[in-house]
Design a protein around this ligand. Sequence first.
Ligand SMILES: Nc1ncnc2c1ncn2[C@@H]1O[C@H](COP(=O)(O)OP(=O)(O)OP(=O)(O)O)[C@@H](O)[C@H]1O
Length: 207
Amino acid sequence: MDIKLSGITKEYLHEEGTRKVLDNLSLFVPSGHFVSIIGPSGCGKTTLLKLIGGFDGHSKPSREIFMIFQDANQLFPWRTLESNLSYAIRKTHKGISKAQAAEKAKAALSEVGLLEYHHYYPHQLSGGMKQRGALARALAVGCKVLLMDEPFTSLDRVNKEIAYELLLKIWREKKLTVIFVTHDLEEAERLSEQILYFEDLNGKISV
Ligand SMILES: Nc1ncnc2c1ncn2[C@@H]1O[C@H](COP(=O)(O)OP(=O)(O)OP(=O)(O)O)[C@@H](O)[C@H]1O
């Protein structure tokens, strides 16, 4: 699924007036590409991802676009991993039986190496496991575009490397479109096919 934005402007209202965060921003990411967006803190990267994902209150979120946040606290705390995924699957696949949803949930957990933890609640998971749980949830509902907002910042080096390998494997296998926001140039170089600098997007067509 291509992502195309053209001439987007977004302002926030503050006490001291409005602040233009996205200023005639254009972006084109072809289907199946892995692109990183780099930019200084506060420049508007999260605002951009939320807008693409439909989390800004202006457009409707699509089940094909999934956003993974830095803390990955995106699972219901009162449900186990498997129940979180089954619930998401049943919401997006009307008419699917409980047993079929459970099967699909297990398959997605297996893809991210969490099958043996299917009965864990979110608070029993490490940061890296939560990230993988969020990824499994995206896969379970058939997501086509992953929007990742500094997802690995809080992981240590070893867990980062595990997360990189897994993300790249899933990106290739599922032919996902990935837009990955980071502060870390090394990380962007390690993962993506193309690096975009946020300041270059405001006012120009990229990719
Ligand atoms: N809901 C909001 N209301 C008002 N201002 C906001 C809102 N969300 C973000 N902003 C402002 O918009 C600017 C961009 O914020 P955003 O979170 O998109 O930046 P960012 O590039 O993702 O930063 P970081 O790298 O630190 O996460 C900031 O100045 C922030 O204060």
